[in-house]
Design a protein around this ligand. Structure first.
Ligand SMILES: [Zn+2]
Length: 176
């Protein structure tokens, strides 16, 4: 459970809105285990990208120490998703979005290119990088389509559970 964590809002937004479901970012202090809210995505990505090497401590925030109360508690008042440590920072100009599925089963990861194109896979990214000389120096491996683990104990109880074996495909087509 060590790591930096994004915390998607418990009232998830509509899918396909082009918005990330994450509304609060937090990192856990390696020493006191308290959660500290991380203000910007850039800072969060910076912390996460080197987490194994440089664990997060309260004092990394100015004027904060382990004595101070936690900014946020890990509980079911919001749904938590736990990131893997050491995810590459998002290349400049790109945005990494995480969208929570309606049934809270998982977060889908995609990137938005500087042109506003939505990219959903490593292959797609590779093709875009290849056809755009201006992205020279950016490698497909700079993109991570893994998604944080949704913590089941924080999923609201009134979320409709997926029925195993049933398919939502029909519904999806009509919505398109
Ligand atoms: Zn601490």
């Amino acid at each position: 459970m060590k790591g930096t964590h994004g915390t998607p809002k418990s009232s998830s937004k509509k899918p396909y809105s082009g918005q990330s479901s994450i509304d609060v970012l937090a990192a856990q202090c390696e020493k006191c285990k308290k959660w500290r809210v991380i203000q910007s995505e850039e800072e969060f990505e910076e912390i996460r990208s080197k987490l194994s090497e440089e664990p997060f401590y309260c004092n990394r925030r100015s004027a904060v120490s382990c004595e101070d109360p936690a900014d946020i508690e890990y509980d079911s008042t919001r749904t938590w998703a736990v990131d893997k440590p050491d995810i590459q920072k998002t290349p400049e100009g790109f945005k990494r979005h995480l969208v929570l599925r309606k049934d809270y089963s998982k977060l889908d990861t995609y990137y938005i290119t500087p042109e506003g194109k939505k990219v959903r896979s490593q292959n797609e990214v590779a093709a875009i990088l290849k056809s755009n000389p201006k992205y020279k120096g950016i490698s497909p491996s700079d993109f991570d389509f893994g998604s944080p683990k949704v913590m089941e104990d924080t999923v609201p109880v009134d979320v409709p559970k997926k029925v195993p074996g049933s398919s939502n495909k029909k519904l999806k087509t009509t919505m398109d």
